[in-house]
Design a protein around this ligand. Structure first.
Ligand code: MG
Ligand code: MG
Length: 256
């Protein structure tokens, strides 16, 4: 069953998404060499709880942390811990907030210190593909239009787009129907309607598209150990233009 949201519900998701965007800004302000991913997780959890929310991921299918932190060849679902950020790393930070009964979900990938140009371009183009996908998330289009826009852009750059993990509907549950693949055929799939709230989240590999799961049962990394980027927004489908409910505004301010 697909749950279309009322304007009242969208307001609640917007409030959740605001706390999430600010929590990302807090984390962004800490990204530097020498910081451990555990410190980032701790700060994000404190911030979310201080603002009346709960970290959506903590306890979700027994996931033990508030953030998924995925360095370099880790695509998604990495555990925060002793990994110390060092120059040349990229680090994906994925977070969710539950506030007043509604979830929001967003991710950003950071360069740490001096990162080689090829990898910086991967970050830029993955972020661009997110916005190209969002542009297609308008009423009357099909889900395949969103996936096609993302896939077409990143494959043109020679990147691999992950198939095994996809975006999703979001609302009272963190993961709702429908799935939002980052690949697809134009004009195929579910017809998008106003009030559909989606987490759109391209996961893009510098090398091949193939991924493997580590023995911890969570961490997903690229099979060829090349770096991977992940950007995500929570958006609502509307008539002429999707509305982005999460924001990178606080992140970008902190990075200036
Ligand atoms: Mg996420
Ligand atoms: Mg998500």
């Amino acid at each position: 069953m697909i749950v279309y949201k009322t304007e009242e519900e969208i307001e609640l998701i917007r409030a959740s998404a605001k706390v999430l965007a600010q929590a990302h800004g807090e984390v962004a302000g800490m990204i530097r060499e020498g910081v451990t991913t555990r410190e980032l997780d701790k700060r994000a959890e404190e911030f979310i709880r201080d603002h009346g929310g709960q970290p959506s991921f903590k306890g979700y299918n027994d996931f033990p942390y508030s953030l998924c932190i995925s360095p370099n060849s880790v695509v998604v679902h990495g555990f925060p811990g002793d990994h110390t950020l060092k120059s040349g790393d990229i680090i994906s930070v994925d977070a969710g907030v539950l506030l007043n009964g509604y979830h929001s979900d967003s991710a950003y990938t950071y360069p740490v210190g001096e990162v080689n140009l090829e990898v910086l371009q991967l970050l830029e183009e993955t972020k661009k593909s997110l916005y190209l996908g969002i542009e297609k998330a308008v009423a009357g289009n099909r889900m395949g239009d969103v996936g096609y826009a993302i896939q077409n852009h990143v494959e043109k750059q020679g990147y691999g787009v992950v198939r095994e993990l996809v975006g999703h509907g979001i609302g009272k549950k963190l993961h709702e129907r429908p799935e939002v693949p980052n690949y697809g055929k134009r004009g195929s799939g579910l017809k998008l309607q106003t009030g559909l709230v989606l987490a759109i989240e391209p996961m893009v590999n510098l090398g091949k598209k193939d991924v493997v799961q580590e023995k911890d049962g969570w961490t997903i990394r690229t099979k060829d150990y090349k770096p991977s980027a992940h950007f995500e927004h929570t958006v609502v489908v509307r008539k002429d233009k999707a509305e982005i409910l999460t924001s990178f505004e606080y992140i970008e301010k902190a990075l200036q």
